[in-house]
Design a protein around this ligand. Structure first.
Ligand SMILES: Nc1ncnc2c1ncn2[C@@H]1O[C@H](COP(=O)(O)OP(=O)(O)OP(=O)(O)O)[C@@H](O)[C@H]1O
Length: 270
């Protein structure tokens, strides 16, 4: 193998995201309130890693720190070899809330906007935005405004907007948490399909055991307050509830969450 190929292989094998003994807390009224006590995990290029754990254990906090919105009080976050990166278009974020779109822009305008901001000319931005909206099945809604869309459609626009800027990583914080079960299932399947096609690297926060198994390659289970990584469970290839191994993975994750006193009815909502 030539030097270039060796270097390329080393780059591909190296973790795109390293979370190394990270502690994160909040300051309130002069006091430091620890949320994450110590968390370490890595995400390789093209991998889909899910953060699962009881409510309040710091899943969103970790995602925000990876996005660069919060600084850890200890440890290191390294993205593509860069330590403590500022927020940037290399990490696109999709939230749970339906109000993350610009209400005064059309669907096409919402997706084209970050492309314009990151340097694309108007025609290129609109063409690329339309391509990604088509990928999300929204070709009929380009001229609609957010208030004219259902919750599921708004989340599709948010995903198209995130993917269109070709980020190194897609960071998703319970993006389907506020959707009805049927829409949620459909969007999970669509995201799995698009992630396979685009090979995007995914860090995804969820409450749902089934969602973690269906979408993830690995599940980072958080426990405790302040939290730590209790276990990292391999769930690769279990992309259907009837896949062999799905029930075992569900039992393993369920047992880990039950130890934490998680409300399992909530953890199973899909
Ligand atoms: N801005 C903030 N100021 C102070 N404390 C905060 C802030 N945001 C979160 N916290 C606290 O940090 C802890 C972790 O919160 P976080 O939202 O990261 O948990 P989570 O696992 O994502 O929860 P959920 O699953 O309920 O969304 C919680 O105790 C929460 O109250």
């Amino acid at each position: 193998m030539g030097d270039d190929a060796t270097a390329a292989r080393a780059r591909d094998d190296a973790a795109l995201l390293v979370v190394d003994r990270v502690a994160i807390g909040y300051r309130r009224q002069g006091r430091y309130l620890p949320a994450v006590g110590e968390a370490s995990f890595q995400v390789r290029r093209g991998e889909k890693v899910m953060l699962l754990g009881p409510s309040g254990c710091g899943k969103s906090t970790i995602l925000k720190a990876v996005a660069g919105f919060l600084r850890p009080s200890a440890g290191r976050i390294v993205v593509d070899g860069r330590e403590a990166p500022e927020p940037g278009p290399d990490r696109a974020v999709v939230f749970q809330e339906f109000d993350q779109l610009f209400p005064w822009r059309t669907v096409l305008g919402n997706v084209a906007y970050p492309l314009r901001v990151t340097g694309a000319d108007r025609d290129t931005a609109r063409r690329r935005a339309a391509e990604y909206l088509e990928l999300m099945g929204l070709q009929g809604a380009l001229d609609s405004y957010p208030h004219q869309l259902s919750g599921g459609m708004k989340q599709r626009v948010a995903i198209a907007r995130a993917l269109a800027i070709d980020p190194l990583m897609l960071l998703m914080d319970e993006p389907f948490g506020a959707l009805d079960a049927q829409t949620r299932g459909r969007l999970q399947r669509e995201l799995a399909d698009i992630a396979a096609r685009t090979k995007v690297t995914l860090l995804f926060v969820t409450h749902s055991i089934d969602e973690a198994i269906l979408l993830g390659d690995r599940v980072v289970v958080l426990a405790g307050r302040p939290s730590h990584v209790e276990r990292i469970v391999d769930v690769g290839g279990l992309d259907r509830p009837d896949a062999p191994g799905f029930a075992d993975a569900r039992r393993t994750l369920r047992a880990l969450l039950a130890e934490e006193g998680e409300d399992l009815d909530r953890a199973f909502i899909d």
